[in-house]
Design a protein around this ligand. Structure first.
Ligand code: DC
Length: 238
């Protein structure tokens, strides 16, 4: 188990800090599996909306959502999510599911259920897991922890560009307001608030390209692995 922790990369940070594109790229380069935990909160919010369960009612949410099955499949380089066997990759990105995801994520019981699923998915190692509490709660023992941040305006701009590129409706002011609201909710909640793990490498991505962020992360991983190897050899030979 402890050895597997050397093969887990956690990437946390607020919305729009560049986590997804960086995490996908790192996973591709390390030949690890990419796991987007935000998609799991989004999937739960979508299910709640479809079943018309009020997002504030944790008891009802838990009763109706506890048997929800979530899985990921890589299709033509797109990370697709399946909820109870049905593909919901697009649906979980709607503004309603986005808003619902941070609202549902305040519930302790919902978090407990999803954290368990995430631990089951990553326990064997060979994963890059992205979210808000991966380095602090899901895998606090992981060897490689990163926390990406960027200025709120830059984060809003990135989301705007992303949506435009997908031909989805986008309004910069609305995106900025939604990011601000989610930041507030994600950071202020009682259970597992958004914050960097004490031993995470913090990267301000505001002035950096995706390639530069990936380089910084891979370089750090490489240096630590070299050091680990050196220690192993010294331990063996005294
Ligand atoms: O990463 P994202 O924007 O897709 O995440 C959607 C919401 O899910 C986010 O506002 C907070 C919540 N979330 C969380 O609380 N913990 C995680 N590990 C991942 C996401």
């Amino acid at each position: 188990m402890r050895k597997n922790m050397n093969h887990i990369v956690t990437i946390d940070g607020p919305a729009g800090a560049g986590k997804s594109s960086v995490a996908k790229d790192i996973a591709r380069q390390l030949k690890y599996q990419y796991i987007d935990t935000g998609a799991m909160y989004r999937a739960m919010a979508l299910q709640a909306m479809r079943k018309k369960i009020p997002i504030q009612n944790e008891k009802k949410l838990l009763t109706h959502l506890k048997s929800t099955k979530i899985s990921f499949k890589n299709k033509k380089n797109i990370n697709c999510i399946f909820v109870n066997g049905k593909e919901e990759t697009q649906a979980i990105r709607s503004p309603e599911a986005t808003h619902g995801s941070s609202a549902i994520a305040v519930h302790k019981g919902i978090r407990k259920m999803l954290v368990k699923k995430q631990q089951d998915m990553g326990r064997a190692g060979g994963v890059v897991m992205e979210g808000r509490d991966i380095g602090t709660v899901v895998f606090p023992q992981a060897r490689f922890k990163f926390y990406l941040d960027a200025s709120p305006l830059e984060r809003a701009r990135r989301r705007y560009k992303e949506l435009k590129a997908k031909n989805m409706p986008a309004n910069l002011n609305k995106i900025a307001a939604s990011i601000k609201e989610r930041d507030q909710r994600d950071s202020a909640r009682q259970t597992s608030p958004l914050r960097p793990a004490a031993d995470a490498v913090i990267i301000d991505t505001t002035p950096l390209s995706q390639k530069q962020v990936c380089q910084a992360i891979l370089c750090h991983i490489d240096n630590v692995k070299k050091l680990m190897k050196k220690h192993e050899t010294t331990d063996r030979h005294g």
